[in-house]
Write a protein that binds this ligand. Structure first.
Ligand code: 13P
Ligand code: SF4
Length: 309
C-alpha cells in the first residue's frame, strides 16, 4: 500500500540530506516545533546555534535571531523560511539614531536587547536577552551611565529590578506584549481565580505588577512545570502553549487576547510555515548573509553577553 508523503516527511528527508539542524523559537507553529532539533528562547537558541556540527542551520524564528545564529556560525549556511519575518522592536530602532546617540554620549554603555538588527548590535557594547537582562545591567559598573534599547517595558522592568537610576531607555515596543491591557488580565483572573499569572517582561508595567512570575519564554515554561498550581494565565505569545502543555501535562493554560490582533500571535513569527521551511531546505534560500565586517563588530557585544553566566 502506498502512503502519502507529507510536508513534514519531506522536511525530515531534506534535513538529513542537507546535514541541517532545525532551531525553533517557542513562538513557532506547533507543527514546526514538532520537527525541531532544539526549541528555545532567544538566549538558548543563540547558545545552541554553535553547538551543532551540521552544515546548514534552518532557523525558524525571526530574522534578527537568524542573524545572530549566522554571526556565531559564519562558515555555516543559515536559511530562514521567510525573510520578511522581522520584529516591531527591530523596526523601531534604526542604527542611525543609535550611532548619533553614541556620538553625543560617548560615556554611555549601550546595552542592546537581542531583538535588534545586526547594524544596531554592531554599535552596542553588550547584548542581553529577556532572560539575562538584569544580570547584564548589573555587570556594568554602577557609575557608568547606560542606554538600554530598544524595549521600553523590558527596560523599565530591568530598572526596577536593578534599582539603576543612571539608565536611559529607548521607547520601542513589541506589538504582541505591549498591547495586553491590564483590564483583560484582571478579567481572566476573575474567571480563573486559582490560576497563577505568568508574564514576559515585554508586557506593560501594569500587567507585570499583577504577575506571580516574570521571565523569558523558557523560564515561564520551567516555572509553570515546577509550580503546584493547576492553571495559569499566560501573558506571552500563543506558540509557547506547545512547550507548556508538553512540560506540564494535565495543567490548564489561559491566553489573554491583546489589543493589536485580539489574539496573542506574533504576526512575524507566524509568517513561517511548514511549506516555506521545506522550500528553504530544498533551495538553500533565503540565506542570511550579513556583511563580514558587520558580523565581526556584532560579535564583540554578543561574546560579552555569552561570557556571562
Ligand atoms: P525570549 O527572549 O523569551 O525568547 O523572547 C524573545 C521575544 O521575541 C519575545 O517577544
Ligand atoms: Fe518581536 Fe514581539 Fe514578535 Fe517577539 S513577539 S518577535 S518582540 S514582535
Amino acid at each position: 500500500m502506498l502512503t502519502a508523503t507529507t510536508v513534514a516527511d519531506e522536511i525530515l528527508e531534506l534535513k538529513r540530506r542537507r546535514n541541517a539542524v532545525l532551531l525553533a523559537h517557542h513562538y513557532q507553529e506547533p507543527e514546526i516545533q514538532e520537527l525541531a532539533d532544539v526549541i528555545g528562547d532567544s538566549l538558548e537558541l543563540a547558545r545552541k546555534a554553535r553547538e551543532f556540527s551540521g552544515e546548514v542551520i534552518a532557523f525558524c524564528g525571526v530574522w534578527f535571531m537568524a542573524e545572530t545564529a549566522k554571526a556565531l556560525n559564519p562558515k555555516r549556511i543559515v536559511v530562514v523560511p521567510d525573510p520578511k519575518a522581522t520584529c516591531s522592536l527591530v523596526e523601531g530602532c534604526p542604527a542611525g539614531p543609535v550611532r548619533e546617540f553614541r556620538r553625543r554620549n560617548p560615556d554611555h554603555v549601550i546595552v542592546s536587547y537581542i531583538n535588534t538588527s545586526i547594524e544596531v548590535k554592531a554599535e552596542s557594547d553588550i547584548l542581553c536577552t529577556s532572560r539575562n537582562a538584569v544580570a547584564v545591567v548589573n555587570s556594568i559598573p554602577v557609575e557608568k551611565p547606560v542606554l538600554f534599547l530598544p524595549d521600553a517595558n523590558l527596560g523599565a522592568w530591568v530598572r526596577k529590578q536593578t534599582g539603576r537610576r543612571n539608565m536611559q531607555i529607548w521607547q520601542g515596543s513589541c506589538v504582541v506584549h505591549a498591547t495586553y491591557p491590564a483590564r483583560r488580565v484582571a478579567e481572566a483572573k476573575t474567571e480563573h481565580p486559582r490560576a497563577k499569572i505568568v508574564a514576559h517582561p515585554e508586557c506593560p508595567e501594569s500587567v507585570l505588577a499583577m504577575a506571580d512570575f516574570v521571565g523569558s519564554t523558557t523560564e515561564i515554561v520551567e516555572w509553570c512545570a515546577s509550580s503546584d498550581a493547576p492553571e495559569f494565565i499566560v501573558m506571552t505569545e500563543s506558540g509557547v502553549a506547545y512547550s507548556l502543555e508538553r512540560n506540564s501535562p494535565g495543567k490548564r493554560f489561559w491566553f489573554v487576547a491583546n489589543e493589536n490582533c485580539n489574539c496573542s500571535d506574533c504576526p512575524y513569527m507566524k509568517m513561517n510555515t511548514l511549506e516555506k521551511l521545506r522550500d528553504c531546505l530544498l533551495n538553500l534560500e533565503p540565506r542570511v548573509e550579513p556583511a563580514a565586517d558587520l558580523m565581526a563588530r556584532a560579535m564583540v557585544p554578543l561574546e560579552r553577553m555569552l561570557a556571562l553566566k
